[in-house]
Design a protein. Structure first.
Length: 166
């Protein structure tokens, strides 16, 4: 996939995710915008983009070359190039599951947001400066969204009423 297309895909979802997440504490519609943007960013912008790279034959050998720590680059080169299809497939599955969890609402959304925050912490700490800035913005927005998700009122319990025939 063309890097320009990759950036468009990420920012089509990242911008609504950030805007929705920042406003989620005050506006119910913003919580849904943040949830949809963040979920689709993980599902399409993460899993979809990585799947397209894998299908196109990307080896991911040089992904960690710009890492901030030399041991990250060495570890990446020691592990991933040996079986890139397996490791990137695991990444794709993880990102897809996290995206689906975030889109699901309720408890699954909270679990998905926690997983996405942990994932972005890894991106920000270990890889390129662009990913550090991107991850920092996304972590702040996901924490705000998680706070709004936790602060919302619980859904009413569905009560089944039985009719009595006299």
């Amino acid at each position: 996939m063309n890097p320009i297309v990759q950036m468009i895909v990420f920012f089509c979802f990242a911008v609504p995710a950030v805007v929705g997440s920042v406003l989620a504490a005050w506006y119910p519609w913003a919580r849904y915008l943040g949830r949809i943007g963040t979920g689709l960013m993980m599902l399409v912008g993460g899993a979809g983009v990585n799947a397209s790279f894998l299908i196109a034959g990307a080896t991911y050998v040089d992904f960690a070359d710009e890492a901030k720590f030399g041991w990250v680059t060495r570890a990446w080169r020691a592990v991933v190039p040996a079986n890139p299809v397996f490791y990137i497939a695991l990444l794709i599955v993880f990102e897809a599951v996290v995206g689906i969890l975030i889109l699901s609402g309720g408890g699954p959304t909270r679990i998905g947001l926690l997983a996405a925050i942990a994932f972005h912490l890894g991106l920000g700490v270990f890889f390129t400066w662009f990913l550090t800035y991107y991850a920092a913005v996304m972590i702040v927005s996901m924490v705000l969204l998680l706070r709004a998700e936790w602060g919302r009122e619980p859904a009413p319990v569905l009560r089944i009423r039985r009719h009595r025939l006299a």
